[in-house]
Design a protein around this ligand. Sequence first.
Ligand code: MSP
Length: 647
Amino acid sequence: MASKFYITTPIYYPSDKLHIGHAYTTTIADSLARWHKFTGKDVYFLTGSDEHGQKIQRIAKEKGVTPKAYVDEIVVSFKKLWERLNIEYDDFVRTTDTRHHLAVQEVFRRIHEKGDIYKSTYQGNYCTPCESFWVESKLVDGNCPDCGRKVEIVEEESYFFKIGKYADRLLQHIADHPGFIQPESRRKEMVNFIKGGLEDLCVSRTTFDWGIGVPVDDKHVVYVWFDALTNYLTGVGFPDNEKMIETWWPADVHLVGKEIMRFHTIIWPSILLALDFPLPKTVFGHGWLLSDSDKMSKSKGNVVDPHALIDEFGVDPIRHFLLREISFGQDGNFSRRALIERTNSDLANDLGNLLNRSLAMLGKYFDGIIPSPGSVEVFDQELQDLAAVVRKKLVAQIDDLAINDGLATLWQLVSRANKYIDECAPWALAKDGNIERLQTVMYNTMEVQRIIALFIKSFLPQTGERIWAQLGIPVALDKQTIEDTQWGGLQIGTETKKGDPIFPRIDLVAEAEKQSAAKEKAQQKKQVDKKAVVEKVVDGVIGIEDFGKVQLVIAKILQAESVKGADKLLKLQVDSGDDQRQIVAGIAKYYTPDQLVGKNIVIVANLKPVKLRGELSQGMLLAASTKDGKLELVSVTDQITPGSRVK
Ligand code: MSP
């Protein structure tokens, strides 16, 4: 039987849509799975969703839906993204699956029966976003040491797992298996954590119910990390499918982000030790993908949506960027500019141009048909040798999980192929009528690309297929294995099928213009939004601070008389409390002067004075008017003294 390779991704929280950081882990896992299949292994690739816990229950409540309805919808979006990214997983474990419930309850029951899980009371700190318990001494300024957010104090009856019991065995295992925790820096970190002492782990909760019931006590649900980690066993048929467990367990690689290493290298192995199960061969903690050098977060507004990127650039430029740009294990930066530069240099210039120009030459010299090669010269040998060296190096690098180095190795062959064309100058051979040499050079140029397509297909599946299609090779690419990368596999007489360039160059100038147009549009939108706010105010909505600007006061009318030459106006002398003032108002049609004297009316006292028909008006009186021409002054009784504020 071929050797096996079982690889997993973390199961993602459906607390939100997935972003490019999540796509990073899964793209790497997918590429590794495809590569190992290509090298002849039986491969099993597992992913899934981590759907229980307090965080999810709270989000669903905020949205006014049941937790199940909420997760069902988000999980569809997870699967959609994986489909678009060409992620070929073998199984997807949802922690709400019945099979997973059974697996978790069985793990709990076995450890409980063994006496390693007992009931007590937990009193301490809990970080809900990370779903993790923290002892006081590990907090940083009273906050969660992982995410920096505020912890909650919880006190509840809980079941505890005697994790400390396994600390020595775990340390011994780490010492005996240097490849168990990778990279090296994380291994040291985890060893120090264990040596710092492991408190018994709380493995059940009672203050919410969105979880898997504890099999021995229906008041409790299983702690979400205990639940989630078990997915790696659920995926291989635990507890019933013994054959499947035997075939696949232990996992070869658990690929996880650096912040969840503790769960995977301390809690998970301790659970497995308690179950008497072998430990995974490798837990690799990769770094974070930063967005313009900052941690991605919704509140910062810098979360990068992979769907939008795929819409704009296509899937393989995104996969290539994730696999090639970031030193695996370290943090790396995502920026639009870096993505475009990487795409232009590696995919458009090096790889795409190689295919495009060589097929154009083959069309011109041999009607697009692969010619038979003649004798081997120095440059030919160098190219062939490099293809063999690249194969060896790639196998070693991918075995070591040095993904970005592996892609750099593969691109050495792409560069060498371009250089080979320049060195051999087929155009000069054609001009000189050196047909035999021209045949050899064109054969080699196309053969090296057949091998490149084979190497590349695990990482950039769509690109592999596109090169293969243009080379016109009739056998299916997905049936090919690493054995087919031996030099000379390209059949003489194959009819190539030149198509459009597989990666058109992205014009950086046009891109800069597009960006500034987008900025301008955003600016305009801001202004429109601002205007909309102003218009809304005109529509009638004002803030209390606007109302506060208007000084409405009670004024007593002392005198009233008509204004010469203005039959609508009356001139009033009013007592407005601190002063006496003149107000000119258009009310002559509704009131005679003697009807007004003695009335207690409301005026706007801080209105800018104006002159009306030569008469100074120091304020405005308030009146209610109807459409059919009635008007009445707003007035109050004598109980309210002049100068009183109307509020
Ligand atoms: N549900 C747990 C995992 C349980 S596994 C038994 C969880 N989920 S998560 O959705 O928050 O994160 C899943 C993975 O995505 C983690 O490995 C995390 O490191 C990774 N990433 C989240 N943001 C990331 C980046 N910006 N960059 C790289 N990886 C990122 O934790």
